[in-house]
Write a protein that binds this ligand. Structure first.
Ligand code: PLP
Length: 382
């Protein structure tokens, strides 16, 4: 039974996609199995269910909005199956991801393709071209997609992706000339660290302007406006609080043929859905603080440098979240970056053999985990 945890950002209640410490503690303590070898990456299915349920609840206030799950962010089968069960569309960047989605029951009309490698051999609902060249290729094909999309690069956003506004006339010309192009889509993707002085809403309005030009100058209707992802939970909550209502109101007014507004959160949905269980190998007393070495680290948590992780310790009376302090948790490979936390307070009685759960490990920590220092090349030579 879902028990939504809401956050009061201002007047409105919005979902807490990071999930609370208490929810994570409960999920972790229910799942920990002392028989398991560590490192053990554990899927917190209840947390995943709540996040997708809350996202669908919150988006239901905006009828044209559709949730697309960015498969690459966490492609584990349980996540893809969960999304399909809940009617969430699949957003893919490779034919392999399209095939995985199909295996979970997705039809071609439920798949969005939005990657820099052109898709050649799979039918999808919409493919967003990452370049004028890709758009021309898509426009040359009949029956490959229902909607021909283009990813735009907003002004001032440093990025290798998308068509620049100065190239839009080329896309317009191709769209106008091609009989295969019946409907159009426009997408953008902008991470908070790239906004600079700008607000997300202003960036969305700019791209909406490109969609309006594309529609009026090509004579073909724009039916999909895609707002991308790129947000950790807190930033995604801000979008719900401040921005989606604005887009929901303005976009259909400016684009009279608009059917759907897509959001493609990967991290927003999946960051809290996995925890990594580790064992303490050694406890060191230093002059200024204590340090522990554990049996996993950067290879299991490649986002360590960019993403803060909550850490829980299993004490005699249950699982305790480690508060901030001056102690450190080190991983066990030989890179300077392999530090799980440099700012925690370790429990007085922590000892070798104790178990920790590193939370917030469900996005690129999971999908980009690597095998360095484990004794065999990954991928192995064939
Ligand atoms: C087009 C597009 N959509 C969605 C995503 C998912 O982003 P995130 O997992 O950061 O939310 C990405 C990530 O690169 C992307 O490029």
């Amino acid at each position: 039974m879902r028990d939504p945890i809401r956050t009061q950002l201002s007047k409105r209640l919005v979902p807490n996609f990071a999930r609370s410490d208490d929810e994570l503690r409960a999920s972790i303590s229910e799942r920990w199995d002392p028989e398991r070898d560590t490192p053990w990456r554990c899927f917190l299915s209840d947390i995943a269910e709540r996040n997708v349920g809350d996202a669908l609840d919150a988006l239901s206030a905006h009828p044209r909005f559709k949730l697309n799950y960015s498969v690459k962010t966490n492609p584990r089968d349980e996540m893809v199956a969960l999304m399909h069960r809940n009617g969430v569309l699949a957003e893919c960047i490779s034919e392999g991801e399209c095939d995985q989605a199909r295996e979970h029951g997705y039809g071609p009309d439920e798949i969005t393709y939005n990657g820099p490698r052109v898709i050649r051999n799979r039918r999808v609902n919409v493919a967003f071209a990452d370049s004028v060249e890709a758009f021309a290729f898509y426009a040359s094909r009949s029956d490959a997609m229902n909607v021909h999309g283009v990813r735009m690069r907003p002004r001032t956003i440093p990025s290798r992706f998308g068509v620049k506004s100065c190239e839009l006339p080329n896309v317009i010309e191709i769209a106008r000339a091609s009989e295969n192009v019946e409907r159009l889509g426009v997408s953008f993707f902008s991470r908070p660290e790239d906004f600079g002085e700008r607000q997300w809403r202003e960036i969305a309005d700019e791209v909406l302007g490109y969609a309006v030009d594309l529609e009026s100058e090509s004579g073909k209707p724009v039916t999909i406006f895609d707002l991308g992802g790129g947000f950790l939970a807190e930033a995604w909550m801000e979008r719900f609080e401040r921005d989606y209502a604005h887009v929901s109101e303005v976009a259909p007014r400016r684009l009279s043929n608009l059917d759907h507004i897509y959001v493609e959160p990967g991290q927003g949905l999946s960051t809290p859905v996995e925890a990594l269980f580790l064992r303490v190998l050694e406890v060191r007393q230093r002059d200024d603080a204590r340090e522990i070495v554990v049996d996993g680290g950067q290879p299991n948590l490649p986002q360590l440098r960019w993403l803060p992780h909550r850490v829980f310790w299993q004490g005699a009376d249950g699982w305790i979240k480690l508060e901030d302090g001056r102690d450190r948790i080190f991983g066990c490979i030989c890179t300077e970056e392999d530090v799980i936390r440099h700012d925690v307070q370790l429990p007085a009685h922590i000892a070798a053999g104790d178990v920790l759960a590193v939370a917030d490990a469900g996005s690129y920590d999971s999908s980009m985990a690597f095998g360095f220092g484990q004794g065999q090349p990954v991928p192995r030579d064939s």
